[in-house]
Design a protein around this ligand. Structure first.
Ligand SMILES: Cc1cc2nc3c(=O)[nH]c(=O)nc-3n(C[C@H](O)[C@H](O)[C@H](O)COP(=O)(O)OP(=O)(O)OC[C@H]3O[C@@H](n4cnc5c(N)ncnc54)[C@H](O)[C@@H]3O)c2cc1C
Length: 261
């Protein structure tokens, strides 16, 4: 009996790629391959499959059936414009060490990658008295999408830890959100800046919903604070490790699964 072949993901084509800020690249995909993706998926995560440098489209597509499978990474849909069949994904440019970052640094119109998803949007209902957003650059896309989706009269605190002052972005933030940009020049060095800020800030009363994501060590510390010190109900909390210093994504995912076991 022949083995059923694995589905081939959508192959998306780059329409534009540019530095949004000093260390963040926006890649705009465009084309009929985006048809059928649900509208309103900004902030949902997706899987991308990376071609190797100089690989032809045919060769890349053949890898899904003939193997070995291409490198796979997790990213966030930053924006999707169904009417013009365009999607933005923002990539932290952290050097050539990872296939996703290296691909984004070289990306230009006509380039391609594989795309699966998107999953469900992380925060769909906004019902809190106040919101706590905390993100490093890898989580700026999910945090920005959550901020854009929240009611315009929302209140709360948003903390963004970025590599340089040239990575500060203009976001459509409700006036009631208190915004803080923290600069941490070397993302490979463990940082307690977000945790310290959260532990030391005045904690408003009432129900809080969170959107917190970024480097795994930072997330572990903040998760501990949420559960042990603040006893936040699970359903109000989105908190997730997006990458880990010194580990490629596949190793990080294995560690995450062990932690949850
Ligand atoms: C749900 C989810 C959504 C995500 N969304 C986004 C997104 O929209 N944009 C985005 O840029 N990232 C996002 N990430 C993080 C991204 O998946 C990881 O950063 C991933 O490791 C990048 O793959 P890579 O091939 O560039 O590097 P890898 O091959 O995975 O890692 C190579 C090396 O680079 C280091 N590294 C990885 N990421 C970073 C980083 N951000 N800064 C500095 N060093 C790093 C690793 O520690 C490792 O040493 C998301 C992760 C998750 C789980």
């Amino acid at each position: 009996m022949t083995k059923p072949s694995k589905p081939i993901p959508r192959i998306l084509t780059v329409n534009d790629a540019f530095y949004l800020t000093a260390n963040m690249i926006r890649v705009v995909f465009k084309g009929p391959e985006l048809a059928g993706i649900f509208d309103g998926c900004a902030g949902a995560n997706c899987k991308i499959f990376l071609p190797t440098k100089g690989q032809s489209r045919e060769d890349f597509i053949a890898q899904f059936t003939d193997g070995p499978p291409p490198a796979k990474r997790t990213y966030t849909v930053r924006a999707y414009r169904a009417d013009v069949q365009e999607m933005d994904i923002d990539f932290v440019a952290h050097g050539d060490e990872g296939p996703a970052s290296a691909w984004a640094i070289r990306a230009k119109a006509g380039d391609f990658l594989g795309f699966a998803g998107p999953s469900e949007v992380k925060i769909k209902d906004f019902y809190a008295d106040w919101y706590l957003i905390s993100a490093d650059m890898s989580a700026l896309p999910v945090a920005s999408a959550a901020i854009e989706a929240m009611p315009r009269d929302a209140k709360g605190v948003a903390i963004f830890e970025v590599i340089s002052s040239d990575d500060v972005q203009k976001l459509d933030i409700p006036k009631g959100m208190d915004v803080h940009w923290l600069i941490q020049g070397d993302p490979h060095k463990a940082s307690t800046a977000q945790e310290d800020f959260i532990r030391n800030m005045d904690w408003p009363s009432g129900v809080v919903q969170t959107c917190v994501a970024g480097e795994s060590g930072v997330i572990k510390a903040i998760r501990g604070y949420f559960t042990k010190d603040r006893a936040l109900p699970r359903e109000d909390v989105y908190i997730s490790g997006y990458w880990k210093i010194g580990l490629i994504e596949d190793q990080h995912q294995i560690e995450k699964r062990k932690d949850l076991a």
